[in-house]
Design a protein around this ligand. Structure first.
Ligand code: GLU
Length: 417
């Protein structure tokens, strides 16, 4: 049997090809949209605390900026590859299009394990990365943001480095900043909150009540932990399992968010949280729950486990958690997938609100941000859902149809293809 494709960029290209066929996309357009428009590779020497110098590898991929400045986060990950960054940059392009915000798609990455770096080393690495990308980013070029293992402090160092180099203040050059440096209210929980709005809409479509519904969440970083908090607060769902990279915890009667956070603050891990039993990653994904939320990294639902998934809804808060083979199996089982670049578009949507507020130097309260986010996410969900009904395609293909036609229109209007 043919080995399952796990290269994220090959997967992203295969997904695009499927949409191109349904759309009967002009082959020249398809060829153009299959590859990033620009990419940058850097060797980044950093002075370590012990006096030695270590060279890190960094990337920035500007996949497509036809609809506006390129936009996307920066990941710090030991397993980062250029193909992962390319795929994530492609997905950002489709994400900003499906959310209907006037931005393109980009992504950055550094191959590193941030857990092995001191705060000083992390700061020097972040500043050095910005020195490398500085001439290629900007309010009207490309605007970075946080992603896996990066956070508002790292955005602050990068902003400061950029502004020192350029000699002026330009807060909108980077998003996910702390409030004190021009961040937006509501940016930190935004990815999870946007996902909740799509879950609310999907549950209406599938036809079950969220109150008391069971949820399993893979990943307890910024996105997974806020998903737990919000699923509890907004809908009174019962989160029965969560996990982080060290392992998972389970309680069939539900696990309170605050209990996990208190334990995490003490131990740095979710495992051994009081009142829970351990569960494996595989066990968590295969639980008999109403909603499964992959909120970690790529390739978690594959041909190996898809037929064991029992959830009614898979809400993909991670980027690329499901392989195409798993997609087919889940769709055949009638599971409602909220595809990643729709489900997790809340983060970049509030990043866009952050850029708007930076432009006006006038800031909204969290209520206003969340209300506007709800409108954007609900409209995006509706556009994708209606497309899936009218074209008789699954939700992922439908999301591609919406996104690719919007990007292709901008490319055509510019006269590129
Ligand atoms: N890293 C987030 C994502 O994958 C947010 C990107 C942004 O705000 O630019 O959507």
């Amino acid at each position: 049997m043919k080995q399952e494709e796990l290269n994220p960029f090959a997967i992203a290209q295969a997904q695009l090809a499927e949409a191109a066929e349904v759309l009967q996309l002009d082959p020249a357009m398809h060829t153009f949209l299959r590859e990033p428009m620009r990419e940058f590779h850097f060797s980044i020497p950093v002075r370590m605390d012990d006096g030695t110098t270590k060279t890190f590898k960094g990337f920035r991929v500007q996949y497509n900026d036809a609809r506006g400045p390129a936009k996307g986060g920066i990941r710090f990950h030991a397993d980062e590859t250029i193909d992962t960054v390319r795929a994530l940059a492609a997905w950002m392009t489709w994400k900003t299009a499906v959310a209907d915000i006037p931005l393109g798609g980009a992504k950055g990455g550094i191959i590193c394990n941030p857990r092995e770096l001191s705060q000083g080393e992390l700061e020097r690495l972040s500043r050095a990365y910005m020195r490398n990308i500085a001439r290629y980013v900007g309010l009207y070029q490309d605007v970075p943001a946080p992603d896996v293992n990066t956070n508002p402090q790292i955005m602050s160092w990068m902003l400061d480095e950029y502004e020192m180099l350029m000699g002026h203040r330009e807060p909108g050059v980077i998003t996910g900043k702390p409030l004190a440096l021009g961040g937006s209210a509501g940016r930190t929980p935004a990815t999870a909150l946007g996902g909740m709005f799509t879950i609310r809409e999907a549950a209406k479509t599938v036809g079950f009540a969220l109150k008391g519904a069971t949820v399993a969440i893979q990943g307890f970083g910024n996105v997974g932990s806020f998903a737990h908090k919000l699923a509890e607060e907004m809908f009174e769902t019962k989160v029965v399992a969560v996990s982080d990279e060290f392992g998972g915890i389970y309680n069939e009667n539900g696990i309170a968010y605050q209990t996990v956070v208190d334990h995490l603050n003490k131990t740095g891990k979710v495992v051994e949280c009081p009142g829970t039993e351990p569960i494996s990653n595989k066990g968590l994904l295969e639980l008999n729950v109403d909603i499964l939320i992959p909120a970690a990294i790529e390739n978690q639902l594959t041909s190996q486990n898809a037929d064991q998934i029992k959830a009614k809804i898979v809400a993909e808060l991670a980027n690329g958690p499901t392989t195409p083979e798993a997609d087919n199996i889940l769709n055949d089982k009638g599971i409602y997938i909220i595809p990643d670049f729709l489900c997790n578009a809340g983060g970049v949507t509030v990043s866009y609100f952050e850029m708007v507020q930076n432009g006006y130097q006038f800031y909204w309260d969290e209520n206003m941000v969340n209300k506007r986010l709800d409108i954007k996410m609900t409209n995006a969900f509706r556009a994708v859902h209606d497309m899936s009904l009218s074209k008789h395609v699954d939700t992922r293909v439908a999301a591609y149809l919406v996104a690719v036609s919007r990007v292709a229109e901008a490319v055509r209007l510019r006269g590129w293809v």
